[in-house]
Design a protein around this ligand. Structure first.
Ligand code: ADP
Ligand code: MG
Length: 687
């Protein structure tokens, strides 16, 4: 007997060549595909007592016709049909729009099932569907009916009928795809039963159980992919075992101008353990803005170099590359390390020299944008890559590096904390280190929300801070649609602010400036030659000028929460009290809500949680590739508890020796068949 995943959907009675073509458009090719095409909601035809139905709700009730129908016709085929119906002891009016052909059927004393919206005041039901019990077509009575996502010539009723036929003929062939111990442990419905129930839910309790089973299955299979990938990486042991010496690290840490926080020490240790392993590290370092992630990365890079390897730091922008190159140079100088900077704006000659230096191993640590791993860049002995979440290493990039003759350890840093549920989903293939605390002596940033008409007062505040030697940022409104407009805005705002402070140096920074000019502007702000910096979001991530204490964000409602938090994190980086002023007249509820969250909390983990609530998982990471999968049944936020279970189960399974035994006809073969459909396991498992 062949599997339902091999039987073409055409085999089913009622599926013509034409219909088959339309099903293909939904990704339905086989009977298996069809049965996995779940409804996205249900129409509720279960009979309810009218007294239980809330005003304005849609419900199905059973009644008896008490009056002759009245038909009114308007022009163009429009009509209104109504009659009195007795429902649960109440006399109500039933109204049908544009269903004049029903008039003959509405005979006195006839029983009728009405589905529609209940208007309590007028005692009226606006009927969307009606049926006469006992009729051929009364199959919907007292059921939940699936509603599928459809289109073209495929109608709901055709889909329901076809699904029923598929279930009747092939339902018995739906195979279990989860290990039986897990089905047992969580008391899950079998797959066959669950699929049947999702299409024909019966009462809600069974429908709920069916959904629970499929949510678990979906999350488990997804997590298994991540966890198996993780385990595979570890088993393979084809990375570099970087023998970092603890004493070397200790003396470097002691030379730092500050004491590491406990969180920094702990994460450094977690990273070192990974680096020393012969498998390649795939670790995420997360922590709030200003918690000191960069230093942790620097320590790891230092350790790699001292153990005989090269390191690379990949950052999103040239400004950051320059800043980090500078600060690493400063940190590593007295230890004799060579730091190189690779950006798009190097002269041809300097670029050639740098590439040669990398290839010969003269350069110990290179900082750059993602061009670092793409171009003709060859390393002498690359051991550690530090990157950020936007450049997280996919399988592709790893294999590029592998082909260049190395499989370095990779440390990924996040700009702001990521809510747990998203971290498990988007970064589940990684080990995670978290820095929870801020460096000692930091004062919480004070955040205020003001309307535009208070801008003068905000500028007055800048003046006071500058008088006590501090500095300020003014962030221009975000204009996503047009960079040109954004730049123009920045130039205008710079003019206005310069006009307000004729005696101060006011800098301007935006994305369209040449790199050398950006570098100059940042350099003079860092040196306090410029007191106020007007900037677009180019300063968003990572810019570090501890003497800056005021952050003014214009039209703050245009920014997302994590972006606002990231911008706010540009201040409060030194010992001085810092302030964030949000200038906004938000029109939308979410705009107001964002301002509220920002003024209520400084905690990035809390901001992230509220951001997820406001935006939903799809938008959390913005428009950039989010790495978030689309689930068919599961909702990663509301099914969070199941997600955690599934993750733990998947991790446990992926660490079982038996799971990796090749060839043996073991109970995991089916799971492997699913996994191998994913490119990350194709040809990967055996090499
Ligand atoms: P993040 O990248 O996490 O936002 P950074 O690494 O840029 O934060 O650190 C923010 C600032 O705090 C930097 O100026 C850094 O030198 C300083 N810093 C880092 N760790 C400590 C510490 N343990 N004690 C005091 N200052 C620290
Ligand atoms: Mg290693």
């Amino acid at each position: 007997m062949s599997s339902i995943d091999e039987i073409p959907v055409r085999q089913l009675k009622g599926v013509s060549a034409l219909k088959e073509g339309e099903l293909h458009a939904f990704g339905i090719h086989t009977i298996g595909d069809l049965l996995n095409y779940f409804p996205f909601r249900y129409e509720d035809y279960r009979i309810r007592e009218l007294t239980d139905v809330k005003n304005g709700d849609k419900a199905t009730v059973l009644g008896r016709i008490c009056s002759m129908p009245v038909l009114q016709r308007y022009g163009r085929g429009k009509s209104r049909l109504s009659c009195k119906v007795e429902v649960d002891g109440l006399l109500v009016t039933a109204v049908w729009f544009n269903r004049h052909f029903l008039r003959e059927q509405l005979t006195l004393d006839r029983e009728v099932m009405l589905t529609g919206k209940w208007d309590q005041q007028r005692r009226q039901i606006t009927v969307s569907e009606s049926e006469f019990p006992g009729e051929r077509d009364s199959a919907k009575r007292d059921t939940l009916q699936p509603v599928y996502s459809i289109g073209g010539n495929i109608t709901q009723s055709w889909m329901r009928k076809t699904m029923l036929a598929a279930l009747t003929q092939y339902g018995g062939m739906i195979a279990e795809n989860l290990p039986y111990d897990l089905v047992d442990k969580h008391r899950l419905m079998t797959r066959g039963e669950a699929v049947r129930r999702l299409h024909l839910p019966g009462d809600t309790r069974e429908g709920g159980e069916a959904r629970r089973r499929m949510v678990y299955e979906e999350l488990f299979l997804f997590q298994l992919k991540l966890q198996a990938y993780r385990a595979m990486n570890r088993r393979r042991q084809d990375g570099v075992a970087i023998r970092v010496d603890s004493d070397v690290i200790r003396s470097f840490a002691e030379a730092l101008p500050f004491q590491l926080t406990d969180g920094q020490k702990r994460t450094v240790n977690e990273i070192l353990v990974d680096m020393r392993r012969p498998s390649s590290m795939n670790r995420l370092l997360q922590g709030d803005v200003g918690s000191g992630k960069t230093v942790v990365a620097a320590i790891a890079l230092y350790g790699a170099v001292k153990a005989g390897y090269q390191g690379a730091l990949m950052v999103p922008t040239e400004i950051l590359a320059e800043q980090h190159a500078r600060s690493l140079q400063r940190l590593f100088e007295s230890f004799g390390l060579q730091v190189g900077l690779l950006t798009g704006s190097l002269t041809e000659k300097r670029r050639r020299d740098l590439l040669a230096g990398l290839q010969m191993g003269i350069i110990d640590v290179v900082v750059g944008t993602h061009a670092l791993i793409q171009d003709d860049v060859y390393f002498h002995n690359l051991g550690l890559v530090v990157t950020d979440e936007q450049h997280r290493f996919g399988v592709n990039q790893r294999s590029i590096l592998r082909h260049k003759g190395g499989n370095p350890d990779v440390l990924t840093m996040t700009a702001t904390p990521i809510p747990r549920t998203l971290a498990i989903t988007a970064f589940g293939d990684m080990d995670v280190s978290t820095i929870k605390e801020m460096p000692h002596g930091r004062k919480p940033i004070r955040t205020y929300w003001v309307k535009h008409d208070a801008l003068d007062r905000a500028l007055g505040f800048i003046r006071k801070q500058v008088a006590s030697e501090r500095q300020a940022y003014v962030i221009c409104p975000l204009i996503e649609e047009s960079e040109k407009l954004e730049v123009q805005n920045a130039i205008d705002l710079h003019m206005a602010i310069s006009g307000a402070f004729p005696d101060l140096q006011v800098g301007l920074l935006h994305g369209r400036m040449p790199a050398s000019e950006k570098d100059e502007v940042m350099g003079s702000f860092a040196a306090n030659e410029t007191q106020v910096l007007v900037a677009t979001t180019v300063v968003e991530v990572g810019v570090d000028v501890p003497n800056a204490t005021v952050m003014i964000i214009m039209d703050a409602e245009r920014f997302g929460l994590s972006q606002l938090h990231q911008l706010r994190g540009r201040v409060g980086r030194g010992e001085h009290q810092s302030y964030c002023i949000l200038v906004a007249d938000p029109k939308s509820e979410t705009g107001r809500e964002r301002m509220k969250v920002m003024t209520e909390t400084n905690d990035g983990f809390e901001v992230a949680r509220r951001d997820l609530e406001l935006r939903g998982p799809g938008d959390f990471f913005g428009t950039k590739q989010s790495g978030l999968p689309e689930f068919r049944v599961a909702d990663m936020v509301s099914d969070y508890e199941v997600l955690e279970l599934a993750r733990d189960d998947a991790a446990e399974l992926a660490n079982r020796e038996a799971f990796w035994l090749e060839g043996a006809d073991n109970c995991y073969t089916k799971l492997w068949n699913v996994l191998r459909r994913d490119p990350i396991f194709q040809g990967e498992q055996l090499d």
